[in-house]
Unconditional design. Structure first.
Length: 331
């Protein structure tokens, strides 16, 4: 079985970067989306330079791609996107100059939760393939058994501001020309965790900006790559949400963030009912110790594992749900 092709948005740090790391460690080919290409390239280099070696989680029968890979200066232009083409260096580091898309940044894209990646291997999801690691949905204790080493698959940093339609279109063209399909889309990019304001006095410009990235950004990226997801044998869409978007437990604070996550959850339900054959779920990574989450949360690898549980679901797994660590969360 060939490695899966995955796109993770908002992936130059925090949970997004850790999701990329775990997918690549499982042998998957991952496009690391970052609004700032330089930051994405630095993050990709960090993946292979900072983590100690270890055994990566794999699904049965999946090929183990040796080493990592390094791709250097970009030389080829494909329909508006520049893709890095350079000699392969065995056992090595990163992907260098990657996709460049015309058009300036609009809103500051960030990962759902921010901060540096923590290296570690997540426990296997019960009854599912063990690619990349994920939390157990059956209530068992999460078993983080040491470190996963540098990527065994490939990591391609790409310039992707999800609020920029030109970037979404260029992503689709690049996927079409390089791979011909997409297996996994993780809509992780999000901004404005606006805990400083309440609903009654909210700055609506902040709310609009949050919607541009957190809702419309995920929406237009998904629309752009949907034809490629339809070509996958095991397509997955995972919307990185938050319990802050649960109507059952919502308070008056962080209105831009909370309402945008409610809307993202609504898209999850609508897509799941429409897109037969594609598993679509919202996942809360939990309170994670990152720049956005602040001190005291759980390690970022555990938050990423919660997301990867939905990525690694079997074909008869649930769709249209809202989960944390494989357990349903009230809408």
């Amino acid at each position: 079985m060939s490695s899966r092709i995955a796109v993770v948005t908002g992936a130059n740090r925090g949970i997004g970067l850790e999701i990329v790391r775990q997918l690549a460690a499982a042998g998957d080919t991952v496009l690391l989306g970052s609004r700032d290409l330089t930051k994405g390239q630095t993050a990709a280099a960090h993946l292979t330079a900072a983590a100690p070696r270890g055994d990566a989680a794999r699904s049965p029968g999946a090929p183990q791609l040796g080493g990592g890979a390094i791709r250097g200066e970009a030389t080829h232009v494909e329909g508006g996107a520049t893709w890095g083409e350079a000699p392969h260096i065995e056992g090595a580091a990163t992907w260098g100059e990657a996709t460049h898309v015309e058009g300036g940044a609009m809103w500051g894209e960030a990962t759902h939760v921010e901060g540096g990646a923590t290296w570690g291997e997540a426990a296997r999801p019960h009854g599912a393939a063990t690619r990349g690691g994920a939390a157990q949905p059956d209530g068992g204790a999460t078993d983080f058994r040491g470190s996963v080493g540098p990527p065994q698959g490939e990591v391609h940093p790409i310039e992707l501001d999800v609020a920029n339609p030109a970037h979404a279109e260029a992503l689709a063209r690049t996927l079409e020309s390089r791979f011909g399909r997409l297996d996994i889309l993780v809509n992780n990019a999000a901004i404005h965790y606006d805990t400083w304001q309440s609903a009654s006095g909210a700055d609506l410009d902040v709310v609009r900006e949050a919607f541009e990235t957190n809702v419309l950004g995920a929406w237009q990226v998904t629309q752009a790559v949907l034809p490629l997801l339809r070509r996958s044998e095991h397509p997955r869409i995972v919307n990185v949400s938050s319990e802050a978007g649960s109507l059952a437990s919502m308070g008056p604070w962080a209105p831009a963030y909370n309402v945008s996550k409610v809307s993202l959850n609504a898209l999850t339900v609508m897509w799941a009912k429409e897109l037969r054959g594609i598993l679509v779920n919202s996942v809360c990574p939990g309170w994670v110790a990152t720049d956005m989450g602040g001190p005291g949360g759980r390690p970022v690898r555990e938050g990423a594992a919660s997301v990867l549980w939905a990525v690694n679901l079997p074909d008869d797994g649930p769709t249209g749900g809202f989960y944390r660590d494989g357990h349903p969360i009230p809408w």
